[in-house]
Structure formats: structure tokens, C-alpha cells
Design a protein around this ligand. Sequence first.
Ligand code: AMP
Length: 196
Amino acid sequence: MKKLFLIIGAPGSGKTTDASIIAGKNENIVHYSTGDMLREEVASGSELGQTIDGFISKGALVPLNIIIDTIISAIKNAPVDNILIDGYPRSTEQMIALDELLTTEDEIELVSTIEVRVSQDVAKDRILGRAADAKPGEERSDDSIEVFYDRMKIYTDPLAEIQEFYTKKNLLTVINGERELEPIVAEMEEFIKSNI
Ligand code: AMP
């Protein structure tokens, strides 16, 4: 049985950093970031990558079929059974698509959706800090103040519905993401390890 943990959070919440540290420390846990997987496809220079780039550079969501294919292939090809996916779902449409998929999949259990919660001000400071610290060639096309507000709105618009959906299923776990990295990672790791 594959055990799936979804990690959601505003841009700049630190969700990808948190999840990759946890996977790095635990051989039985693997982590995929939807943003990283999509950026890898863009970097490959494929035709699909060019299509994806058109959405990412504007801070827009890539279409449902692309993101669903991305996460399904990550789950199916995961080398271990405990899987963290950060950056999904980002819309009610994505949430429902995964929920329907999971009803037909006996081998995958959604254990929890973990929300890394930060205020808009903290998210903005972190994103602008990341943009200022990026090494030449490693800048993200979407880490700018102009795109930040669009990305934030895209994140917050469906959030209440996503929270309600998973709360009703008793699957929502909220972690305060406004602390130092260490206590956030420790809390998330402890939660994940006690549920696998
Ligand atoms: P992130 O690295 O999580 O901030 O994601 C960067 C960008 O990748 C987003 O602004 C979207 O353009 C795209 N993206 C990431 N996850 C998703 C998703 N679940 N659905 C659609 N687009 C996504």
C-alpha cells in the first residue's frame, strides 16, 4: 500500500524545503514537488515543457490533464511506499480529480493533507528574499513581486474549499510555517513518521 501525504502552502511557505529535508533524512520516504517536476520538464526543452513554461512564467496553473499525468506518474514510479507531494492540489478541480482517482485505486491511501500556513507578508518577504539570493542562472521566472500577487491569489482563492473538503474527511493537518525551519521540519517529520 502506498501512503500519500499532500503538502500545500502559499508560495514562500517553505513546503518544498521542509518536505525535501524530511525525505533526505528518511530512506523510506520520497518527495516530489509539482513545481520542480514541471520545471524539469521545461528544462528538458520538450514541446510539453514549452507549453508548461507559458503557464509557469505567468504564475498561472498548468492545465488539469498535465498536472494529473505528472503526479500519477510520480506516484506510480515512486521507489518507496511513503510519498510526499507538495504543491497539489491547487484548485478544487484538482482536489476532486485526485479524490475520484483514489476511489478506484486500492493501492494508494491519502493519509493527510498538510497545510504549511504562513501570512501573505511572510510569504512575500521570503519570495523576494529568494529572488535576491538566487545565483545567476538559477533565478525563477515567477519569483517577482508582479507575479507574486497573482500566485498568492491563485493559492488563496480555492483554499477555504480545500480546507473544508479535507477537514470533513478528517484529513487536514495544519502546521505553523512562520517559525524557523527546524521546528517546522521536526513537527512535520514527527507527524508523517507517526502515520506511516
Ligand atoms: P511552486 O514551485 O510550487 O511554487 O510552483 C511553481 C509553478 O508551477 C506554479 O506557479 C504553477 O505555474 C505550476 N504548478 C505547480 N503545481 C501546480 C499544480 N498543482 N497545478 C497547476 N500548476 C502547478
